[in-house]
Design a protein around this ligand. Structure first.
Ligand code: K7E
Ligand code: CUA
Length: 642
């Protein structure tokens, strides 16, 4: 691998300024943006490690390990699946790591022209007419503290929804609304089994939000929602007074966590930043379940789900651990011992020892006594990843660095803040620029393997060719297998993946041919039964009692089962296409000219779309997916009669 200094200088030499000048400029810009922030930074935290602002003093010795190579040769497979949220694109993306090759885009809260997602009958039903979304957090289902390869869960901040992707097909199989919520942001599944998926509402609203209490923000609150990840049904909610940001769970199934900024209960930016202290909210799941069983709950509005009203002060349900103001990310170490609460407006990470929480819930110690370290890591810490070797990697937004620090040393430093303990900060690595989320290979599991680290940078600025006002993001791949972090790859992404998880490839087993297990196929089987049709065999036009014309059609390269069919102008037409091909990677599709109809049908798949037949005439339908030497000939005519 190249010397990174040299590499950086070379890259920087293309512009009028040096890389260092550009970095200083960008940092100043970030600080300006965060001017309010700097002024209000909390006082020197107890046990601060007094880490220098720049790189650590001790030079890092040349490592002796054999470095993993990020270069994956043509035809070779990657070692990891990376699941990326797609931010405002509403999608989820799959990348291969370490190559950073984009392998797939999974449409979720969006309308996808290629697959027809958002316009096909079943996806339309799932999305309920809301074709946009804002995905931030992707997490896989767990069993026994590691990924079980069954599901991917993803949030929609825009419409307060949770979607589930079935890993057999990498297609969405469920979408649910999170009631009484706005800004559904942090989500996290339980780790001991595929149990609850917790969803945090970031925006405080009146409860019930029906016009009451609108001008009295002191009455606003936010929900921490427990969804059953198997059934995809809301089980219960906890109503608290603060807004809930990021979410995490422990490894035992005892607690869920939410960072909470805005303890002030403000509704403007200035009001939200008044207090020097905010909290990590800890939800005691056994106590919450007990309250639900015993009916110590309320109902909010039209939602049928039980709500525990835990607003105000600490209770058996929720405890508030004080941390410096406006915390953001919360991440649990792979040994299950610590929840790391990134300071955002404080240059610290608060380390909460999870096995102390029971004593705090029992009133034997104060909630703040659960904080066992608070190392200073840089300006604007957002999220933390782990290597399974006792080190933490915190993304530092304002400084544009990744800070590697030693968890045990940070704890020692906090115990004896006399400066005699070694600096827990091991290295600060420049990233480009303004890093948001970070994650490492298997970092969110007990099997964190310390090979690769992702820095998901919010700005790419000058790192790529100029493509106009909207720049790509820059997802940087960092080798963490040695003593020293090494930047090995810049990966441009279409805005704006917030988060990503990196999963060992052996844990994911997608099918190559559609297994027809999702709910979608129950729907098609029911239709076919009603109409006396065999999906894999029949090509028939059926006029339903309500006037809908169902066109059941098959496909087999390079033919449709129907060369033409007739309908009447204005008919509601439903094309139900079943792909007979039983061959890997042999997708067809269906595009009806001039009707805004276009969808994908994979091998052994059935899919459908509904439209209104236009004015009388001939309309060609064709297969839009290249499937055969005679692919261009794979078409037919819809004859629309007056
Ligand atoms: Cu930090 Cu929505 Cu995960 Cu973005 S949140 S960075
Ligand atoms: Cu079938 Cu192209």
């Amino acid at each position: 691998m190249n010397d990174l200094e040299t590499e950086d200088k070379t890259t920087g030499a293309t512009g009028p300024e040096t890389l260092e000048e550009r970095r200083v400029f960008l940092t100043q810009m970030a600080l300006l943006g965060g001017a309010l922030v700097g002024a209000g930074c909390s006082p020197e935290p107890k046990g601060s490690s007094k880490s220098p602002a720049g790189p650590p003093p001790a030079p890092i010795t040349k490592k002796s390990h054999s470095e993993p190579s990020a270069h994956v040769k043509p035809g070779q497979l990657d070692d990891y699946y990376g699941f990326w949220s797609g931010g405002q694109s509403g999608e989820v993306r799959i990348l291969g790591l370490p190559s950073m090759r984009e392998l797939k885009r999974i449409p979720v809260f969006n309308r996808c022209a290629a697959t027809g997602w958002g316009a096909t009958d079943h996806s339309k039903e799932l999305l309920g007419g809301r074709m946009s979304g804002d995905t931030h957090h992707v997490h896989l289902s767990y069993t026994g503290g590691t990924y079980d390869g069954r599901y991917v869960f993803v949030n929609d901040k825009a419409s307060a929804r949770l979607a589930r992707i079935n890993c057999e097909t990498m297609e969405v199989d469920k979408v649910i609304d999170i009631p009484n919520s706005q800004g559904t942001h942090g989500i996290f599944p339980q780790r001991h089994k595929t149990g609850y998926v917790f969803c945090n509402a970031e925006f405080r609203t009146p409860h019930v939000n029906d016009g009451r209490d609108m001008t009295d923000p002191t009455k606003y609150g936010a929900m921490h929602t427990a969804v059953d990840g198997e059934e995809m049904v809301v089980k219960w909610q906890v109503l608290v007074e603060g807004n809930l940001d990021l979410c995490a769970t422990d490894y035992q199934g005892n607690y869920s966590f939410a960072t909470c900024y805005n303890s002030e209960g403000g509704v403007t930016l200035e009001q939200m930043m008044g207090a020097d202290q905010d909290h990590l909210y800890v939800f005691n799941l056994k106590n919450c379940e007990k309250a639900v069983r015993e009916g110590k709950t309320i109902k909010v509005g039209n939602s049928p789900y039980p709500v525990i009203d835990a607003r105000g002060k600490d209770s058996p349900y929720v405890m508030r651990v004080p941390v410096p103001k406006s915390p953001h990310g919360v991440n649990v170490s792979p040994d299950g011992k610590y929840a790391m609460c990134a300071g955002k407006l404080s240059p610290t990470v608060s380390v909460v020892q999870i096995d102390k929480l029971a004593s705090a819930f029992a009133g034997k110690i104060k909630p703040r006594d659960c904080v066992v370290a608070e190392p200073e890591v840089g300006l604007g810490p957002l999220h933390t990843a782990f290597d399974g070797r006792g080190n933490a990697y915190t993304s530092i937004f304002i400084d544009s660095v990744m800070t590697k620090w030693d968890i045990n040393k940070a704890i020692q430093a906090y115990k004896s803040p006399d400066g005699k303990t070694p600096n827990p900060v091991i290295q600060k690595l420049d990233v480009h620029y303004q890093v948001g989320h970070t994650n490492a290979s298997m970092s969110e599991t007990k099997d964190a393997d310390g090979k690769w680290l992702m820095a998901l940078c919010k700005f790419s600025k000058d790192r790529f060719l100029n493509v106009g006002p909207l720049h790509g993001e820059n997802d940087q791949l960092i080798d963490i297998s040695g003593n020293e972090m090494k930047l090995v790859h810049d990966g441009p992404t279409f805005p704006e993946p917030h988060d990503a998880v990196i999963v060992a490839k052996d844990l994911i087993h997608p099918k190559k041919i559609q297994p027809r297990t999702d709910a979608r196929f129950a729907m098609y089987s029911a239709w076919a039964k009603e109409d006396g049709v065999e999906l894999f065999k029949d090509n028939r036009v059926i006029r339903r009692p309500d006037g809908t014309v169902r066109v059941y059609m098959t496909s087999q390269a390079p033919n449709y089962g129907m060369r033409d069919f007739k309908v009447k102008a204005g008919d509601r037409v439903q094309i139900i296409l079943t792909n007979q091909d039983n061959v890997e990677d042999l997708s067809h599709g269906f595009c009806m000219s001039l009707h805004d109809v276009n969808f994908l049908v994979n091998s052994r798949d059935t899919n459908s779309m509904t439209f209104t037949a236009a004015s009388p005439g001939v309309y060609w339908y064709y297969c839009p997916w290249f499937c055969h030497a005679l692919h261009l000939e794979m078409r037919g005519r819809m004859i629309v009669e007056a």
